[in-house]
Design a protein around this ligand. Structure first.
Ligand code: URA
Length: 284
């Protein structure tokens, strides 16, 4: 067990918090929320702190007798009403089907409460680029930079993606860029199949409205989900396929995720092959 007072143990703890998505400090002292049984205090405290006022006094706690068993804290009131998976999927299909334009689809996504990722995300990340485009790129999920900006692929992986597109003569105005889920998973974990599934009606409607001829699936999570295959990305990538998604027939090719290419530069030659296949398909 590492000594928690050493700086390396503290740095490891901080790194763990960051990976779990805890990237914002709200106070210097830990608070036992269950013990307080008080749901409204945090908002008041943080509002008072921002306004430069002293925080309100803590809610008095029930005196506890030495002999009595500790009082069970009142269950905290649920903050988010989470529908059942079936109800969420039905609501997603209904909302997506009724969207007649990309603007209406964006509004439907902002209203949608059926994906649990939304509870921890700061923003909805819908798409970047042109509303209609011959080429649509689909990644895995927004990361921290995307969550802050409310747009897909704006961080380091996005910058590499832009360079890859520039290498085949494309830029943001000529492509439509999105993800299989619209909210950042905590700690940047891979979205679960359920999270991707509940977003799928929106993705299908997005493909219908963007009217692409060709989809590029970035990385294993996007490729497996969209193509509904179980193989790893190294087996899936580089093959041009015919696909029906929603009511749209498109061609689709999977390639390596730009974040993987940042970690594994030697794999860029494979991605370059895939990009040349994309260029050839668009020129045919
Ligand atoms: N990685 C993704 O898959 N999507 C983003 O939007 C950013 C990073």
């Amino acid at each position: 067990m590492p000594d928690p007072s050493t700086s390396s143990a503290l740095l490891a703890l901080l790194a763990w918090y960051r990976d779990m998505g805890v990237d914002h400090a709200v106070g210097n002292a830990p608070v036992d929320w269950l013990g307080r049984g008080d749901a409204s205090a945090p908002a008041q405290e943080s509002v008072a702190r921002q306004a430069g006022q002293p925080p309100p006094p803590p809610t008095p706690r029930m005196p506890v007798s030495r002999d009595a068993p500790p009082a069970r804290p009142a269950a905290p009131a649920p903050q988010f009403q989470v529908p059942t998976p079936d109800a969420a999927l039905t609501a997603a299909r209904d909302a997506a089907r009724h969207a007649r334009s990309m603007e209406e689809l964006a509004a439907a996504l902002v209203r949608f409460e059926g994906c649990t990722l939304k509870a921890t995300a700061k923003n909805t990340c819908f798409f970047r680029g042109a509303a209609k485009a011959r080429l649509m790129l689909i990644g895995e999920a927004p990361g921290r930079d995307e969550d802050l900006a409310g747009q897909p692929f704006v961080g380091r992986a996005g910058q590499l993606l832009d360079k890859m597109l520039a290498a085949i003569g494309l830029d943001e105005q000529r492509v439509h860029i999105t993800n299989i889920v619209y909210w950042r998973p905590p700690g940047n974990r891979t979205p679960t199949p359920q999270e991707a599934q509940v977003c799928r009606p929106f993705l299908e409607r997005q493909v219908e409205l963007a009217e692409p001829e060709l989809l590029v699936l970035l990385g294993g999570a996007a490729a497996k989900h969209v193509l509904e295959v179980a193989d790893g990305i190294m087996r899936i990538r580089g093959k041009m396929r015919d696909l029906t998604i929603g009511k749209r027939r498109v061609r689709a090719i999977a390639t390596l995720h730009p974040a993987y290419l940042l970690r594994t530069p030697a794999a860029k030659r494979l991605a370059w092959r895939d990009l040349l296949a994309v260029k050839a398909a668009l020129e045919a």
